[in-house]
Design a protein around this ligand. Sequence first.
Ligand SMILES: O=C(CO)[C@@H](O)[C@H](O)COP(=O)(O)O
Length: 219
Amino acid sequence: MKIAPSILSADFANLAHDVAVVEQAGVEYLHIDIMDGHFVSNLTFGANVVKALRPHSDLVFDCHMMVDDPTKYVADFAQAGANIMGVHAEATPHLHSVLSLIKVAGMKAEVVINPGTPVSVISEVLPMVDQVLVMTVDPGLGGQSFLEETMSKVKQLATAKKENNWNYDIEVDGGLNDQTVKQALAAGANVIVAGSYIFGADEPADRIKTLREAGETQL
Ligand SMILES: O=C(CO)[C@@H](O)[C@H](O)COP(=O)(O)O
């Protein structure tokens, strides 16, 4: 199980501090939500913030691109120090092309699907991706409730991975806490994004410990 705190719920005025807190608590990834105000109505940050954080952390920077036309951001995010770049299947008709570009640029390629998008939409790119992100809420905001019905897609992806000897990690994002993590891991996810559960607490390190312990005693 890898834990990926989402900085969407961190203190934007003290980002480097908040990143250091979760890094010291032993997480594996830092989940960075990039929103362009078009693909989703919210607007967050771009490659400049990834570049500014890079010298402050050795964590894997897992960039979730909630943007239209993701191709145009690949070079900037690679140069900024992103390690994983996730693009939404719903955001581009050129999914294979942009995933290839991400790999050529030296990053791991991730494909992302919204709660309303079936796994069949991404079946042709599954052999080439390093990670699949199943959104467990509709993208755009932190603090929403986990959509249990998305677990059938996690199971489908876990089965397809096993049957075909594919290599992708399965990430889930939205409404993850010490209860929902158990369902996600039982379904076959192995990368857990959590924003408000971790950064909304007075002691984020305690929440990370609780999340990991809950995962170890999954359903
Ligand atoms: O991508 C998103 C939201 O679009 C997420 O990464 C959220 O940041 C998760 O927040 P919580 O549901 O964990 O509060």
